[in-house]
Design a binder for this molecule. Structure first.
Ligand code: HEM
Length: 356
């Protein structure tokens, strides 16, 4: 009871450890008390005491999380700083200087690659960003959701293929994203823009390493995105377009209702567990890519870079930034609007929406 009233009092009692004098026998070690058998647990505890106990646990939990976060950030900063110093020291050696001059960080483009960003690249890049933000958000919602806000059933189905409204939204966005990607791939090969995104020589590998060294040593490679990306950038775009996006699509399709469940051999060759093991890490890749990509866009001449992909011009003025800002407002608007009251009528055009 005394313990309970101590917990109920406004100020939590502070345990002061008495230090035994030197040479005194060690105090008896207290056996850990199994949960539910301690004096506190046997006493009928007042609700307030439980609240206080909950609050204390929450505060301790929050504090240890903050401590872990601080320690983690300090560790990360220390690793980053060491990497910068080590790389700066390494590049003072002759063999590194030779490497950097042999591989400056970009490869020559095959003849015929046009500089710049035509209007279709600008549009497709914006639509891709718009969709991927909502895809990631709805994908995470599908994972977390225990009680969906509604359900959607395809029109021609007799009750089969019923999915949550959130999953319907995720899949609908996926279809638009894949269509956008397909049109992009067709257009880059039809126009020659592919030469800026697809490596055509193995030299791209040492050049990407060279660009990475230049980034880490904080002596960044020359920016010339209007004409030619550096090799690290080219590889990152190539992996995103030709590896990550198809992996997301193939693993997503395997988990969706579109996949033929009866195809026993196919399902044995490609089990759904594989798809699950791939889909989430691919999403993490996209998040990491977007963070790194946007950070570099802003750190390497924001106005000029934004003018490239949003304004279609190689100039330093606020036009591209203005269009980028308007596009961000659209993304935020869609993020806010994407709730059941708005989604249900749209989903209703393509199928049956029900509350159960
Ligand atoms: C706020 C979001 C974004 C901003 C501000 C942004 C900005 C840019 C800029 C400025 C460029 C041109 C780079 C240069 O001139 O050197 C570019 C190119 C590119 N970005 Fe983004 N980006 C964003 C989101 C994304 C997302 C979500 C993806 C893919 C998941 C993506 C994929 C690409 C690709 C593949 C290119 C190369 C385009 C081409 O040459 O056709 N970006 N981006």
């Amino acid at each position: 009871m005394a313990a309970a009233s101590a917990l109920m009092s406004k100020r939590a009692p502070v345990a002061i450890e008495s230090v035994p004098p030197v040479g005194a026998p060690a105090p008896p070690v207290r056996e850990p008390v199994p949960e539910g058998t301690g004096p506190l647990d046997q006493t009928p505890v007042h609700q307030d005491a439980e609240d206080v106990r909950g609050n204390v646990a929450k505060t301790v939990g929050r504090r240890s999380r903050t401590t872990r976060l601080l320690l983690g950030s300090a560790g990360l900063l220390a690793v980053a700083l060491s990497a910068v110093l080590l790389t700066r020291w390494l590049v003072t050696f002759g063999f590194m200087q030779d490497f950097l001059s042999t591989y400056p960080g970009e490869t020559e483009l095959p003849g015929g690659a046009e500089p710049g960003f035509p209007a279709w690249v600008q549009w497709q890049h914006f639509f891709n960003f718009f969709l991927i933000v909502l895809i990631i958000r709805s994908g995470l919602q599908v994972r977390r959701e225990t009680r969906p806000p509604g359900y959607w059933t395809p029109k021609k189905s007799s009750g089969n293929g019923k999915i949550s409204l959130t999953l319907w939204f995720h899949l609908a966005l996926d279809i638009l994203w894949l269509l956008n990607g397909l049109v992009f791939v067709v257009l880059i090969f039809a126009t020659g823009h592919w030469m800026r995104l697809v490596p055509t020589t193995w030299e791209v590998l040492p050049n990407a390493l060279s660009a990475l060294i230049q980034y880490i040593s904080l002596d960044w490679p020359t920016e010339n995105g209007w004409v030619n990306y550096n090799s690290l950038q080219m590889l990152a775009y190539f992996v995103t377009i030709f590896i990550a996006a198809p992996l997301a699509a193939v693993s997503g399709a395997r988990m969706s209702g579109l996949w033929p469940r009866e195809a026993a051999t196919l399902n044995r060759i490609y089990p759904v567990e594989w798809a699950r093991a791939v889909h989430f890490p691919v999403m993490l890749y996209f998040i990491a890519f977007i963070i790194g990509h946007v950070a570099l866009v802003f750190a390497t001449g924001a106005l000029r870079n934004l003018n490239h992909i949003y304004g279609g011009q190689d100039a330093v003025n606020w036009v591209g930034f203005g269009i980028f800002f308007a596009s961000l407002l659209l993304v935020v608007g869609a993020w806010i609007a994407a709730r059941p009251v708005v989604l249900a009528p749209i989903a209703g055009i393509f199928g049956r929406v029900s509350s159960r």
